[in-house]
Design a protein around this ligand. Structure first.
Ligand SMILES: *Cc1c(COP(=O)(O)O)cnc(C)c1O
Length: 405
C-alpha cells in the first residue's frame, strides 16, 4: 500500500478493522506480505550532496533513528488513521507520551488542571515533577464539571484527564471538559488507554491531544513498552517533534513492529474481552463477598448514561470492592488459578491487582481513600480466555474471600 493509497483510504472512510490490518503499510522492494522490521539506528547516503540535501529537508529520506524509522512510520500512520488524527508520534513508553504531551508545550508560569483520579505515574508527573519547573497545577474531581470551570485561571494552558480512570473506572465528560478548555484558550489531553481507540474516540468529543500506552491493549500480548501522542500536525510539529528529537524517548523499531502486529487483532481482542468483562461484572456484583462493583456499562455505575454516550462498550476492566477489606482481597487473589496477579492490564491474559498495595501503594492513605482506592478494592483486567473458565475462576476466588471474615 503506497502513501497515495493511504490518502485514498481516509477519503473513503475505511472501517476500523481494515485500518487495523492495513493502515500505514508501505512495502520495500521485496514486496513482503507482513510489515518489515527495519532494525537500524542510522541510514546511509549515496553522496555527501544527498546527505546535505536531506538534512536541509530538501530531499526526502530518513536521517537517524531518534527522529524516525520506516517501521515506526507505519505504526504512526496506522494509529493516526485509527483515531482520525492529523499526526502521531511514538515514544518508548506510555509515560514518555504523557510526559511529552504535558510538558513540551508548557513554560514556567503556565497552569495545568488535571482530574485527580489518575494512573499513579501520571499523577507524579503532574503533582510533583511539573511544579519543580514553575508550572502551576490544580487537581480536580474529574467528574465534577463545575470544579473544572472554577479551576480555570488566566494562565491555564492545559487540561488533562483519564477516562475511564485507573483504577476506579470513573467516566469524565470529554465533550463538556473540552468546551471548558477551549473557552479558556487551553488544550485538553485525553489519556485514552483504558478504552483504546476501539471503544472511545476522544477527538470526536473535542479532545485536542490523545495519548496511549501501546504497552496495554495495542501490543495486547504483554510483550513491549511503548507510547503514542496524537493531535493536530501544527501541535505535533511545533511542540512534540523538537522535544522528542532532542530529549530522545524514541520507540524501538522492534517495539513498533510488535505493536503493528498486535493492532491487527485489536478490535477482536478488545470486543471479546469487553464482552467477558460485562458478564464477569454481573457475576461479581451478585456475589456475597462483594460490597460494590464498578463497570461503566452497568446501570449502577454513577456515570452510566455518560459512559453509554461516550463509549462503544464498557471496556475490559472491572473494579470491585470486597466486604472483607485487604484480607479478603488477598484471599481472592491468592485463590485465583487462571487469572494472574499482575499490575499490568490490557493483556490477552486476565490479570488482577490490589491497587492499594501495588499501583497506588505510594499514595498516603487519605489520598488513596479520596481516589476510591480502598483496602478491599480489586482491579481486574479481563483477557480473552474462555469466558466460562474466567467465571469459574473468579467465582471460586470470591468464595475464598468470604472465608476470611
Ligand atoms: C499504563 C498506563 C500509563 C503508562 O503507560 P506505560 O506504557 O506503562 O508507561 C499511563 N496511563 C494509564 C491510564 C495507564 O494505564
Amino acid at each position: 500500500m503506497t502513501d497515495e493509497s493511504q490518502e485514498d483510504q481516509s477519503k473513503h472512510m475505511l472501517g476500523l478493522e481494515t485500518i487495523l490490518v492495513r493502515g500505514g503499510q508501505t512495502r520495500s522492494a521485496h514486496k513482503e506480505t507482513s510489515e518489515a522490521l527495519f532494525l537500524t539506528s542510522g541510514f546511509v547516503y549515496d553522496s555527501a550532496e544527498e546527505a546535505e540535501a536531506r538534512f536541509k529537508g530538501e530531499a526526502p529520506g530518513y536521517l537517524y533513528g531518534r527522529y524516525a524509522n520506516p517501521t515506526n512510520t507505519m505504526l504512526q500512520e496506522r494509529l493516526r488513521a485509527l483515531d482520525g488524527a492529523q499526526a502521531c508520534r511514538l515514544t518508548a513508553s506510555g509515560m514518555a507520551a504523557v510526559t511529552a504531551a504535558l510538558i513540551a508545550p508548557l513554560r514556567c508560569g503556565d497552569h495545568v488542571i488535571a482530574g485527580k483520579a489518575l494512573f499513579s505515574s501520571c499523577r507524579w508527573v503532574i503533582e510533583t515533577f511539573m511544579p519543580r519547573y514553575g508550572i502551576e497545577v490544580t487537581l480536580v474531581d474529574s467528574t465534577d464539571l463545575a470544579a473544572w470551570k472554577v479551576a480555570i485561571q488566566p494562565n491555564t494552558k492545559m487540561l488533562f484527564l483519564e477516562s475511564p480512570s485507573n483504577p476506579t473506572l470513573e467516566i469524565s465528560d470529554i465533550e463538556a471538559i473540552a468546551a471548558i478548555a477551549h473557552s479558556a484558550g487551553a488544550r485538553l489531553i485525553v489519556d485514552n488507554i483504558f478504552a483504546s481507540p476501539i471503544l472511545q474516540r476522544p477527538f470526536e468529543h473535542g479532545a485536542d491531544v490523545v495519548v496511549y500506552s501501546t504497552t496495554k491493549h495495542m501490543d495486547g500480548a504483554g510483550r513491549t513498552l511503548g507510547g503514542a501522542i496524537l493531535g493536530l500536525s501544527s501541535f505535533i510539529e511545533e511542540h512534540i517533534d523538537p522535544y522528542l528529537r532532542h530529549t530522545g524517548p524514541a520507540m524501538s523499531p522492534f517495539v513498533a513492529w510488535n505493536v503493528l502486529k498486535g493492532l491487527e487483532t485489536l478490535s477482536m481482542r478488545v470486543e471479546r474481552a469487553s464482552d467477558s468483562a460485562a458478564k464477569l461484572s454481573d457475576l461479581i456484583a451478585n456475589h456475597k463477598a462483594v460490597r460494590a462493583v464498578r463497570y461503566p456499562f452497568r446501570p449502577d455505575h454513577p456515570h452510566y448514561e455518560l459512559a453509554k454516550r461516550q463509549m462503544k462498550s464498557g471496556g475490559t476492566l472491572v473494579a470491585f470492592e470486597l466486604v472483607g477489606g485487604k484480607k479478603a482481597a488477598f484471599a481472592f487473589l491468592d485463590a485465583l488459578k487462571i487469572v494472574d496477579i499482575s499490575n499490568n492490564l490490557g493483556d490477552s491474559k486476565s490479570l488482577a491487582t490490589h491497587p492499594a498495595t501495588t499501583t497506588h501503594y505510594s499514595f498516603a492513605p487519605d489520598v488513596q481513600l479520596d481516589l476510591g482506592v480502598t483496602p478491599g478494592l480489586i482491579r481486574l483486567s479481563v483477557g480473552i480466555e474462555a469466558c466460562d473458565d474466567l467465571c469459574r475462576d473468579i467465582a471460586v476466588a470470591l468464595d475464598a474471600a468470604l472465608t476470611v471474615e
